[in-house]
Design a protein around this ligand. Sequence first.
Ligand code: PGA
Length: 263
Amino acid sequence: MAQAARKPLISGNWKMNLNHFEATALVQKLVYELTPDDYAAVDVSVHPPFTDIRTVQTYFLAEKEPVPIRIGAQNCHWEDAGAFTGEVSPAMLAKLDVSYVIVGHSERREMFGETDEIVNRKVHAVFRHGMTPIMCVGETLEEREAGTTEDKVTGQVRAGLAGLSPEQVGSMVIAYEPIWAIGTGRTATPEDAQAVCATIRATVRELAGGEAADALRIQYGGSVKPTNAADLMACPDVDGALVGGASLEAESFAGIVRYRDRA
Ligand code: PGA
């Protein structure tokens, strides 16, 4: 079955939390908590603030055994270098062993004016440097209540994937994050999450073909916790989770990575 081929990806989006000392303490605990069985079943990434990434990389490199936790970033610029005060380039992230870059998180779209066009440029930039984009899409509460969730999300998917090859689309990650569920403790029901994730996959099928649609991983994000992860992960089109608040503690993040124990 196509789904069996998609290894789940659980990603911790730390947002603007934890300095580099706190980052070390958290990854130290995660390395201690997670086992080879966990890594065999699930891909895991952590997305610290930029100022912590070098520290996390150095910590992992100093371990005796290779650490299978992948390093991620929360954002990047679309240019490789230049006069862009305050920005961080994808080339710099690739040098720090960053594997995944979150692109177009709703907080960036809403608070920092990121348009679909900017998101698309960033997706291309991440690929250009050999990293994997995690492109976020999702509707507001007003859009959900107005019945326009599907239009919003499919529009974001179409715009975000513009100009990519089917191979690129198949290798990337889309995170479905209903904005009303982020940081609110209000999680989408598994049925609602599955419905939108199935729509996303159908849109990808139409845009990039069946192989890409079967290979692409779709994460759900929005108040994921150890107690609700198993139900969400049981949905056929949910291939992982993008976790905010619950990724700031090793126990709760590890509890989500080990969702299978509660299934
Ligand atoms: P949350 O955040 O888990 O705190 O709701 C998810 C996200 O914004 O990626």
